[in-house]
Design a protein around this ligand. Structure first.
Ligand code: AMP
Length: 304
């Protein structure tokens, strides 16, 4: 792969211009064309940059979208105050290797309210699907629209939002959407806090206390090794997080991944899940800020 020279990406605000830019790229690149897409809500940090960087390594053209999608926010959530910084985002986009930045308005994406629903059942029953009703329907609509507008060969999503990865993978499989979903690892601050655009909301006290989430999740593998089953592990993680007086737990759950169902038996996880994967996922409020984090754990096949 040839090295790319960092240059300012082209900013595109309309669907028609986005389609035209992709058409022009595909015509010029011919059979070698490959388009990678990174959907985001902006206020970019190193987590987003890692997705953009991976896409730019693996594709001839990388499209970053920045769109704070009103449909995925509940009525009492933070749509209005969600942080926005277009100039800062364009600097990160350039440094990370984006070629095109799609920055549509709400009116451009939703000239009329969408009458068509995209509801993925099963994997949305728990976690954020349960605590944020309608959230994943909004994600399903916007991701489908973005895929139809850009028609990427690959789309990059962070495992910070592991349930979103499971939802999008299932949607793409069910609808035969011609895009490969590429899950990417969680990028953390040096002290372990998962990077998030919402971290800017945290006060100094909350920022310090929020470390209890990643700190507790990091203990899960050892707890599993000690023989815990799912309910013991859930209790241990809850106890670890409530050690912080500022932590208000929304959920802590131990589920299979990517199916996102409770383990079928009460046996120690290392036995019941052999050959599979589980996720230990938490959503915790610090003041008005709701943070999510998780750890994915793979189990080797048991040998008799
Ligand atoms: P957002 O802008 O929060 O909607 O996130 C856009 C994409 O970046 C999603 O696929 C997220 O999972 C991903 N992302 C956000 N934070 C991180 C992180 N700390 N590490 C890796 N990916 C992330």
């Amino acid at each position: 792969m040839t090295a790319k020279i960092t240059s300012a990406p082209t900013v595109i605000r309309t669907i028609a211009q986005m389609r035209e830019a992709i058409r022009a790229y595909r015509k010029e690149a011919g059979a070698a064309a490959s388009v990678g897409m990174v959907p985001t809500m902006g206020f970019l940090h190193e987590g987003h940059a890692s997705l953009i960087g991976k896409s730019s390594q693996e594709n001839g053209l990388t499209v970053l979208s920045i769109f704070v999608n009103p449909l995925q926010f509940g009525p009492n959530e933070d749509f209005e105050r969600y942080p926005r910084d277009e100039a800062g985002d364009l600097a990160v986009a350039a440094r990370a290797g984006a070629d095109l930045v799609f920055l549509p308005s709400v009116a451009e994406m939703y000239p009329i309210p969408a009458a068509t629903q995209v509801t993925v059942s099963g994997v949305t029953e728990r976690l954020c699907g349960a605590s944020r009703p309608g959230h994943f329907d909004g994600v399903g609509i916007v991701v489908t629209k973005l895929f139809n507008i850009v028609q990427p060969d690959r789309a990059y999503f962070g495992l910070k939002d592991a349930q979103q990865v499971a939802v999008v993978e299932r949607m793409v499989a069910d609808f035969n959407q011609p895009v490969a979903i590429v899950p990417c690892p969680i990028v953390r601050e040096a002290d372990g806090l998962a990077m998030s655009s919402r971290n800017v909301y945290l006060s100094a006290d909350e920022r310090r206390e929020a470390l209890v989430i990643s700190g507790t999740l990091a203990k899960a593998p050892a707890w599993i090794e000690s023989g815990m089953n799912a309910s013991q592990l859930t209790a241990a993680v809850k106890e670890g997080i409530t050690a912080s007086p500022l932590a208000d737990i929304d959920y802590v759950e131990v589920l299979t991944y990517p199916g996102l169902q409770p383990p079928a038996s009460d046996a120690a996880l290392s036995e019941s899940e052999s050959g599979g994967r589980i996720i230990v996922a938490a959503a915790v409020r610090f003041g008005r800020t709701r943070l999510i984090d998780n750890i994915l754990i793979s189990f080797p096949e048991a040998h008799s």
